[in-house]
Design a protein around this ligand. Structure first.
Ligand code: N01
Length: 534
């Protein structure tokens, strides 16, 4: 049966822009794309909070598939801030001429499989529907904010802002008493910026985080030109690296070096900054051996004690409940020094949890705090939240919620059985989170492209993984995760543990980019092993 479109693409971030380009220009398909935002940018369209920037080097956190894009764009900083990444994605959308395929300000609300006609019907919040053979869901992994758990939001007489939907116009914090809830990657970025702008800042911390300096700096014209003109050389080896950037590989074990040698090596990575280089460039066993991990955890705690003047505050900022890297490692600029400022207070909301938002501020189990502005940096219903809010219904009326009631089940994080022709770009259990996201997205878009081409080349109607393949992938992903220390984190979103009531499980493939890519290549070489065509 003829459908309105060949492919519906969801999202206008890195995934959606490339998907439209790849499927329209590569396969000549009729593509309709949707995004709830006013324009391209995805996560970088929404997360406009002060301090928002990427903590992965921009030269690597950008498209690698096009020589032209790489040659023509110049990054101004080593780790670009949100406005520059947004400008980059808008520029890419224009260069690739994909805007015309998008309907912006339009949220997909239902995706329902029609078994008889082997097509999807996609509904949007403007009341319209369309039919399509394939759906490529690229709505991002940290998109749906965690619901506000504190009663009383409607009674607050001040302003409440969520970092994930920060107003487009500047928020004036001059003279204001501000409270920030959350000390994840977002909180650590927003806190120093807010401290600079407001009269008084109270940081409400439940779990202290291990953070290391980002080491951001402007790139000289010479450097950014060199990066652009020699992009192939600069990026060489990225896809062979665990994290998807040519960061170099650390020494075999932290336990084979003396304490002095270890400190010297950690210093070499800590003081200049450099993001995830600290994780992969020092020792290879930090994420798999607790004793090795303790050496970097102790090192980072010592740096916190060095940087924070008040010993009690420093101790509160020292994480003790999880090994380093088992929650997503954040990188900071002046975060710890912020707590040396007279107008900044740190409040422990683990011992005295937040009970409510009141008319005048926040109430914890121990005290009341008067505030003019509350900033929620409380995280996301990561990896599955975006897909689960799209109203996806597969074969035999099976909803995605039902399919995933015990946690996500996928094949390669790309497809799931019972939901034919639906591709989830960097979906749960793919090599996301521990793999340079821009590159992980490219790999997955190319995989979806290849799978669709495989269907078309075989004059088939649908492609869908077998139940056995899904089961085997789940076991492999879980087995690999259990070889790491990640399960030792009590509340990491890597395992769905940050959202009350969310099924605990294996949400990421922790085997790193080279292993993931090798498995995918073998799958392709074996004629899309694990997938069935119909
Ligand atoms: O979210 P998080 P995030 N009471 O879940 C706290 C990406 N990102 O937005 O740990 C009190 O890490 C919660 O406390 P706890 C990146 O992938 C990338 O910061 O649950 N506190 C935690 O401190 C990242 O991993 C960049 O005890 C509560 C915080 O809120 C992902 O986004 C920049 C609470 C949430 O931290 C998510 O990071 C920023 C409660 N009831 C983000 N509920 C880049 O640089 C939650 N919290 C690319």
């Amino acid at each position: 049966m003829q459908t309105d479109h060949d492919v519906v693409v969801i999202g206008a971030g890195f995934a959606g822009i490339y998907s439209v380009h790849k499927l329209r220009d590569g396969l000549g398909l009729r593509v309709q794309a949707f995004d709830a935002g006013e324009g391209p940018g995805g996560t970088w369209h929404w997360n406009r909070y002060p301090g928002a920037r990427c903590d992965f080097d921009s030269v690597f956190y950008s498209y690698s598939f096009s020589d032209e894009l790489q040659r023509e764009w110049r990054w101004s900083e080593r780790f670009a801030a949100q406005p520059e990444i947004l400008a980059y994605l808008e520029w890419c959308a224009d260069k690739l001429d994909v805007r015309k395929e998008f309907r912006f300000r339009t949220r997909v609300t239902s995706i329902v499989w029609d078994d008889a006609n082997e097509l999807w019907t996609v509904g949007t919040d403007d009341g319209r529907t369309c039919t399509t053979r394939f759906v490529v869901a690229g709505g991002g992994n940290v998109t749906v904010p965690k619901k506000n758990e504190f009663p009383g939001e409607e009674t607050f007489r001040g302003e409440i802002h969520r970092t994930s939907s920060w107003p487009h116009e500047p928020v004036d914090l001059t003279g204001k008493r501000v409270g920030v809830i959350g000390t994840g990657s977002t909180g650590l970025q927003v806190i120093p910026e807010v401290a600079r702008a407001c009269a008084h800042l109270t940081v409400f911390q439940r779990t202290a985080n291990f953070a290391a300096p980002l080491g951001n700096r402007p790139l000289t014209e010479e450097e950014s030109r060199h990066q652009a003109e020699n992009h192939a050389e600069v990026r060489a080896g990225s896809r062979d690296n665990f994290l998807g950037a040519p960061y170099g590989i650390g020494r075999p074990s932290a336990l084979l070096d003396s304490p002095e040698e270890r400190k010297k090596l950690y210093d070499e990575f800590y003081y200049p900054g450099g993001g995830f280089r600290l994780v992969v460039g020092t020792y290879q066993d930090l994420l798999v051996n607790k004793e090795a991990n303790d050496t970097i955890a102790d090192y980072l705690r010592d740096r916190i004690r060095e940087r924070v003047n008040d010993p009690a505050t420093a101790e509160l900022l020292c994480p003790t409940d999880h090994p380093y890297g088992t929650k997503r490692a954040p990188f900071e600029t002046d975060y710890y020094e912020t707590f040396n400022l007279d107008h900044v207070d740190l409040v422990d909301v683990r011992t005295a949890p937040i009970e409510a938002i009141t008319e005048t501020g926040l109430r914890t189990a121990a005290a009341e705090y008067d505030l003019d502005v509350i900033i929620l940096a409380t995280g996301f219903d990561a990896l599955t939240g975006t897909l689960l809010r799209m109203g996806i219904v597969g074969r035999d009326g099976l909803t995605l919620e039902q399919a995933w009631e015990d946690g996500p089940k996928t094949y390669l994080g790309l497809q799931l059985d019972g939901f034919p022709n639906l591709f989830t770009i960097t979906g749960p259990q793919s090599a996301v989170a521990l793999y340079n996201n821009a590159m992980a997205i490219e790999d997955h878009v190319e995989l979806a492209h290849d799978a669709i081409k495989h269907v078309l080349d075989h004059d088939a109607r649908v492609i869908e993984p077998t139940a056995d393949a899904v089961q085997a992938w789940g076991r492999l992903a879980e087995g690999i995760l259990n070889m790491t220390l990640i399960p030792q984190s009590p509340n990491s979103w890597y395992m769905g543990r940050n959202i009350p009531g969310k099924p605990r499980g294996t949400y990421i493939f922790a085997g790193g980019a080279p292993l993931y890519r090798a498995i995918c290549q073998e799958m392709i070489d074996k004629g899309f092993a694990g997938f069935a065509l119909d």
